[in-house]
Design a binder for this molecule. Structure first.
Ligand code: SAM
Ligand code: DTB
Ligand code: SF4
Length: 315
């Protein structure tokens, strides 16, 4: 296990050396010509009681978002089938909940999980906090992965979110691991954190017991009305350093180039792939904010001479 100082030494390597090492590790564990396409579906949107400063879905901020109740199961399965036809092999359903409750809504989510699994896709859900019994019900329904981000370092966390604690996140992740679900856990870069805090965040991820199956690295999407609306973007080369450092620390995990891609050039995204990112969220929307869209991403993959991983679609 590496110390924060050792992680810093990797992160601060001369850029070409950092990228060379990350690319080498990537090739040892993955087919570096392939990119996994995942699609997000916001199954319940907005009116969230939490106060996450970055999030357009918090009820505390006026972001003009249209609040929507839990979607119909059939509608979600339609979306999943369409995503599969566009090359996605993984479907991630997100709900703007603080936590899972044992009610009819959770029963409906379990039906969605069974349905998406039935389409032959990898199934991921992100529903906020949950306990061991709820994690087990998800596992039994065929869920593969639970997304629950640490988001940032322990010390910066409380300046971003006041309605829950960093330890609550760790407890949910432990429940997920205990049920035998794979963990997807990553964070956001560009919330005003220092480089040191980014490295503490990566260090926390190394302490999860088992490395996460996947690590989404989001760039903050600044949304008007949220407290973080006016933050400047992180310099691209700094962002790429995070991707490369994550790849070196987690050789066998998927590193997902997640939110924030509409503000990234194709060249920057290509550099992220070279630095070890091997998964994307596709489709023209993330949960509530814009995303480059399928045609852009297919073109990008093609222009780079790469392939969509395990795609059922003719791409
Ligand atoms: N409510 C659940 C939770 O918080 O765990 C699940 C959905 S929540 C929207 C999932 C993740 O989206 C957050 O942990 C955060 O990392 C990411 N996210 C939300 N808003 C974002 C933004 N404006 N920019 C980048 N990432 C964002
Ligand atoms: C993750 O790390 N990023 C995704 C997914 N996990 C659930 C969500 C990004 C959301 C970006 C803001 C929005 O579209 O609302
Ligand atoms: Fe709610 Fe999740 Fe957004 Fe936080 S990140 S406000 S918990 S939807």
């Amino acid at each position: 296990m590496k110390t924060v100082q050792e992680i810093r030494a990797i992160h601060d390597l001369p850029f070409p050396e950092l990228l060379f090492r990350a690319a080498a590790v990537h090739r040892e564990h993955w087919n570096a010509e392939e990119i996994q396409f995942c699609t997000l579906d916001s199954i319940k949107t907005g009116a969230c009681p939490e106060d996450c400063s970055y999030c357009p879905q918090s009820a505390r901020y006026s972001t003009g978002l249209k609040v929507e109740p839990l979607k119909d199961v059939a509608k979600v399965l339609e979306g999943a089938a369409e995503a599969r036809a566009n090359g996605s092999t993984r479907y991630c359903m997100g709900a703007a909940w603080r936590e899972v409750k044992d009610d009819a809504n959770f029963d409906a989510v379990l039906d969605m999980v069974r349905g998406v699994k039935g389409l032959g896709m990898e199934v991921c859900v992100t529903l906020g906090m949950l306990d061991a019994a709820q994690a087990e019900r998800l596992k039994e329904a065929g869920c593969d992965v639970y997304n629950h981000n640490l988001d940032t370092s322990r010390d910066f966390y409380e300046t971003i979110i006041s309605t829950r604690k960093f330890d609550d996140r760790l407890r949910t992740i432990a429940a997920v691991q205990g049920a035998g679900l794979a963990v997807c856990s990553g964070g956001i870069v560009g919330m005003g954190e220092s480089v040191d805090q980014r490295l503490h965040f990566l260090h926390e991820l190394t302490q999860l017991g088992a490395p996460p199956e996947s690590i989404p690295i989001n760039h903050l999407v600044p949304v008007a009305g949220t407290p973080l609306a006016d933050l400047p973007p992180v310099p691209p080369l700094e962002f790429i350093r995070m991707i490369a450092t994550a790849r070196i620390l987690f050789p066998a995990s998927r590193i997902r180039l997640s939110a924030g891609r509409t503000a990234m050039s194709d060249e920057m995204q290509a550099l992220a792939f070279f630095a070890g990112a091997n998964s994307l969220f596709t489709g023209d929307k993330l949960l509530t904010t814009p995303n480059p869209g399928d045609s852009h991403d297919h073109k990008l993959v093609e222009a780079l001479g790469m392939r969509v991983e395990g795609s059922a679609a003719a791409v």
